[in-house]
Design a protein around this ligand. Structure first.
Ligand SMILES: [Zn+2]
Length: 203
């Protein structure tokens, strides 16, 4: 079985006191009974992480307690300079036309991927992109017409970006869910003191 994660990365590439900020966030999560106050062997990117506590189900979008049944289910905290990326996940936030540089999914938030239904304008582009990728695998020429400038370019010419983050601080939650609730993210940002990027991934 593959393991999925969501990493919350501050949109601040360096903290002078990364460990102190991490400790503040950990103390808050412990006080809310979202994580346990001790570390154990429950993460994949570090020797130890914080196991989930009972209120972890209250901050994830589907409210699922499945992660309690897993061995890899903890919070991994990094306090060294790291380039956080999503490994195999393909959830672009930028699909840019090579001719006019328009982002075809401008305004699409990463969290939108986890909504029941995506807005029609995004849905139709993403369906076209998926189809073009399949066609490319089959050895065909796969063209995506740009809705902004009308240029018909190969999928291979488009520029893609997926979420990633650069910081000496990051919080990776293993196998909790596909998404956190918005109010949890807002509170997290308040405790942290800066906005965050959510980097989802699968290994
Ligand atoms: Zn274009």
């Amino acid at each position: 079985m593959s393991d999925g994660f969501l990493t919350l990365v501050p949109k601040q590439d360096h903290f002078e006191e990364a460990e102190a900020v991490a400790a503040k966030v950990i103390a808050w999560l412990v006080s809310r009974k979202i994580i346990k106050p001790f570390q154990a062997d429950c993460v994949l990117g570090a020797p130890f992480g914080y196991p989930p506590d009972k209120n972890s189900v209250t901050v994830i979008k589907d409210g699922d307690s499945y992660h309690f049944k897993l061995i890899t289910n903890g919070l991994e905290v990094r306090t060294e300079r790291t380039y956080f990326q999503g490994y195999e996940s393909f959830e672009p936030i930028v699909i840019q036309c090579p001719a006019c540089y328009t982002n075809l999914i401008e305004g699409l938030d990463l969290m939108d991927y986890y909504q029941e239904t995506l807005e029609e304008k995004y849905q139709s582009i993403l369906v076209q992109v998926d189809k073009a990728i399949d066609e490319w695998y089959e050895g065909k020429t796969s063209i995506i017409p740009c809705p902004a400038c009308g240029s018909a370019e190969s999928i291979t010419k488009y520029h893609f970006e997926s979420p990633r983050g650069f910081s000496n601080l990051g919080f990776t939650f293993w196998n909790w869910s596909h998404a956190f609730k918005e109010d949890f993210i807002q509170e997290f940002e308040q405790v942290l003191g800066c906005p965050i990027t959510i980097v989802p991934g699968v290994i």
